[in-house]
Ligand binder design. Structure first.
Ligand SMILES: Cc1cc2nc3c(=O)[nH]c(=O)nc-3n(C[C@H](O)[C@H](O)[C@H](O)COP(=O)(O)O)c2cc1C
Length: 229
């Protein structure tokens, strides 16, 4: 499917047929998700394809048993896991070694990433420092706090969600992104860590023709949002 056709055909599906989603469709879409751009390539995300019937049942309940989840053939939970930064930073340095990358690429992972992501106890000092330097020259002012670090991971995970949904659309199936869930219950179900966040639960299936899509796609006047400055 042409890219713009996939973008146009993607709609939020609230009702699916009983047709199964082939496993290779899910795997291809998951690979597309993993190719999403992500902050500093630290890949602080998680993709939980919930397949066991017992877990699926619990996940549907945690999604408030909404129809988009209840009738779904497959369910994917996308998470932001900021704690992964430390390990993945080390792995990035190893990858740079393997690729015999130029020396100037190292300080980013060796110094800047640990300073911004780590030393959380110094968060207020970092905030003061960034803003002080910012008086004299442009500076990236975030992340300085654990909340910022979480935000960075959520942004990247959300981009992966879109890659996944567009890939599924290109395969001729439907999805529904959901934030209507009980995050604590989803976290318990997947045994996620304390600082991890559930970004979206995405349901997948073949759209049911009559009740799958709730009417025409509504978007407000682009002029209101798209500014050329
Ligand atoms: C972050 C996010 C959370 C959403 N949560 C839900 C949800 O819990 N249940 C639902 O039915 N739709 C949910 N939606 C779908 C939106 O309602 C839908 O994208 C919007 O109405 C536009 O419709 P369209 O996707 O068909 O273009 C969510 C969408 C996003 C991006």
């Amino acid at each position: 499917m042409d890219f713009y056709e996939a973008v146009r055909s993607r709609r939020s599906i609230r009702n699916y047929t009983d047709a199964p989603v082939p496993e290779d469709v899910m795997r291809r879409a998951l690979n597309a998700a993993l190719l999403a751009p992500n902050s500093s390539n630290l890949q602080t995300w998680g993709f939980y394809w919930v397949r066991t019937p017992e877990k699926k049942k619990k996940l549907v309940e945690a999604c408030l048993s909404q129809r988009a989840a209840r009738t779904a053939k497959e369910l994917l939970v996308v998470t932001a896991e900021p704690r992964r930064w430390k390990r993945n930073r080390g792995r990035m340095i190893e990858e740079l070694d393997r690729a015999q990358a130029p020396k100037f690429m190292y300080p980013y992972y060796e110094k800047l990433i640990p300073f911004t992501y780590g030393f959380q106890i110094l968060a207020p000092i970092k905030w003061i420092l960034f803003n002080l330097i910012g008086v004299f020259r442009p500076i990236v002012r975030r992340p300085w706090s654990p909340r910022d670090r979480e935000e960075v991971s959520i942004k990247s995970a959300a981009l992966a969600c879109e890659n996944f949904m567009l890939a599924i659309a290109a395969e001729g199936y439907g999805t529904c992104p959901m934030e209507g869930f009980d995050e604590l219950r989803v976290k318990r179900l997947l045994e996620l860590g304390f600082g991890d966040r559930v970004v979206m639960v995405i349901s997948v299936g073949e759209p049911e023709v009559s009740r799958g899509i709730w009417g025409a796609q509504i978007r407000f006047d682009p002029k209101e949002f798209v500014r050329e400055c």
